[in-house]
Design a protein around this ligand. Structure first.
Ligand code: GLN
Length: 305
């Protein structure tokens, strides 16, 4: 396994020069675009890592997986899917265009920014402070890492520049999708995106979802099985935004990317994978990361299709 991972890393390295660190969040631009790492955790408890797998990065859109899961656990599926759909968009992750469609009246899915912001509004808590505390606590629980926290510099950087996300939120408020105070809500969203993890943390989370929500160490059901099924189905169809179809063909496993360069992948009943490679393609997905996953998927026959 170590050897295959090393080969996947070498393969991925050939593609990092084709991408760039996310430029629209100034703090993310400082991250070296040549970083690349991967970590795997199997349901038998074996774990392997190569490259920059111990480097911390902000999980950005990968937080949408955790927040959707917690929103479903807090409210049940009926209430969540009343506010946000479960269909792929074919549009960029920060697109506003389909929000105006009268036939929809809600964002298309929880993996794009609009849908994620609407999902965050469903997290239980008396105010934004309590909501983000619950989200961070949940991230610690599912990763088994009590030290997970928020990168303040990245949070502040996005809070200063995140006007597109503010517009999505205000637009949804004008349509009645969001009922809460937009400024308070948007800061919860920026903070969840700025949570920091390593490939190891992501692999551990991936393994939990692939084990139907049962903790590998304690055997405890942390997430109901019905919810891990819903969330991984949405990851499969929408997890890489408007590249989800191509990713399903080339890799074929439920996954979620983020503009910090991370990818969380979960192979049902087999293993979890955490990837880090901040050089992004034009759709906001890790260039080297996708290549490593496609190499591994071929070598280990991981595709679910
Ligand atoms: N915080 C980022 C944003 O809202 C997350 C986007 C992403 O990772 N694709 O723009």
């Amino acid at each position: 396994m170590e050897k295959i991972l090393q080969q996947a890393l070498e393969h991925g390295k050939k593609y990092t020069h084709l991408g760039k660190s996310a430029g629209y969040i100034p703090e993310l631009q400082k991250v070296p675009a040549t970083d690349l790492g991967i970590y795997i955790e199997t349901l038998e408890g074996d774990a392997y890592g190569v490259g920059d797998y111990e480097k911390k990065f902000t999980i950005q859109s990968i937080s949408k997986v955790l927040v959707l899961t917690l929103a479903l656990m807090d409210n049940g599926p009926d209430k969540v899917f009343e506010k946000v759909g479960m269909e792929a968009t074919g549009d960029p992750f920060n697109s506003i265009v389909k929000l105006e469609l009268k036939s929809l009246q809600k964002p298309l899915n929880p993996m794009i920014n609009a849908g994620a912001i609407a999902t965050t509004s469903l997290i239980g808590g008396k105010d934004g402070t309590e909501q983000i505390e619950r989200i961070v606590e949940f991230a610690r629980l599912v990763s088994g890492n009590a030290s997970i926290g928020i990168n303040e510099a990245v949070y502040k950087s996005e809070a200063q520049t995140g006007d597109r996300n503010r517009s999505l939120a205000y637009f949804m408020k004008s349509c009645g999708v969001i009922l809460e105070d937009v400024e308070a809500l948007i800061h919860v969203y920026f903070k969840q995106c700025a949570m920091e993890m390593t490939c190891k943390d992501l692999a551990r989370i991936g393994a939990l979802y692939s084990n139907n929500g049962i903790c590998l160490e304690t055997g405890k059901q942390i997430i109901p099985k019905s919810i891990t099924r819903m969330v991984t189905a949405i990851m499969t169809t929408c997890g890489l935004y408007d590249a989800s179809g191509e990713f399903a063909v080339q890799v074929g496993v439920p996954a979620k990317s983020g503009v910090g360069g991370g990818i969380l992948a979960t192979v049902p009943n087999k293993l979890g994978i955490g990837v880090y490679g901040p050089a992004l393609d034009e759709k906001g997905n890790s260039t080297g990361g996708i290549k490593m996953l496609s190499y591994l998927s071929d070598a280990l026959e991981l595709s679910i299709f």
